[in-house]
Design a protein around this ligand. Sequence first.
Ligand code: HEC
Length: 279
Amino acid sequence: MKGPLSIFLAAGFVLATASFAGCATTHKPYDDPDALAKLILENSEPYTLVDVRTPEEYASGHIPTAVNIPVNTIADHPPTQDKAALIIVYCQSGGRSATAKKTLDGMGYTRVVNFGSVTRWKGALVEGDSPVLTDFDAKESDFQAYRTWTKVNIDAVTGDAFGVLGPAHEAADGLRDIYVNVFGKSFYLEACGCTFPIGAILVKEAYKKAAGGGKGELASLSMMVKRGESFDPPNGNWEYFKSAPDLSGMTRGKLAGCAACHVVAKSWDFVFNTMKNKL
Ligand code: HEC
């Protein structure tokens, strides 16, 4: 899995899990979508992720790094001979993956996890034959649950810490909350200056300042989505989005107005990361 993963992750990600070694390592089981995402992103232990659907279903969209072994062939073609290997299986609705787990268990494999339905995966799916995510063309539905993601700021961000804001993001008066999805989370919080992985999404809410101070009306959303390597290299392959709070009236693309300002934060992969960095 090393090759595809290194492309998926992009360069320079530093493993951070070890620093929490103080507490007993109670890993979430890998049938949990966040735990699986973390495993794939951090490659924290060797695993084989197996899509047991048909080749056509696999090609129409699979979880990054998954290989395809249709359920009816898995007895003859198990993903590895190592009976102690971590193997995670999934399918369309959970039926075939339960069968695959049973089959592998019966063959003596001891660490087979049934993830169940591919629809439980919260991130981008890979289309085509390759296990690697090469681009992420976001749909409106990819933003809908952003309030369940990680909120990076505690108090709302306000003012103009970088002296570049002008009227953007409700200007210096606005109050702003920033959310990051599971793919961008460690990259944002560690402020490592490394490249975010394809499929990372940042959403910023910009509130107007209320008459008496504090948060007023939510005025707009601004989003950044990490696309594939050839999307817009000079601007870090970020796609920019702007919409109303309910995601209506969305404009998107290589929005030059956004990029012109975010280039100031080029050394942090175009992300200001207000909470961690001081210019
Ligand atoms: C005039 C400069 C400027 C422009 C134009 C601008 N931004 Fe920003 N943006 C910032 C600054 C500064 C921050 C740091 C957080 C803050 O102060 O609110 C930021 C933060 C963000 C964040 C949160 C992630 C981060 O960088 O910390 C997102 C997402 C974002 N902007 C999206 C956009 C989009 C989309 C556009 C275009 C529609 C845009 N921005 C236009 C200056 C700008």
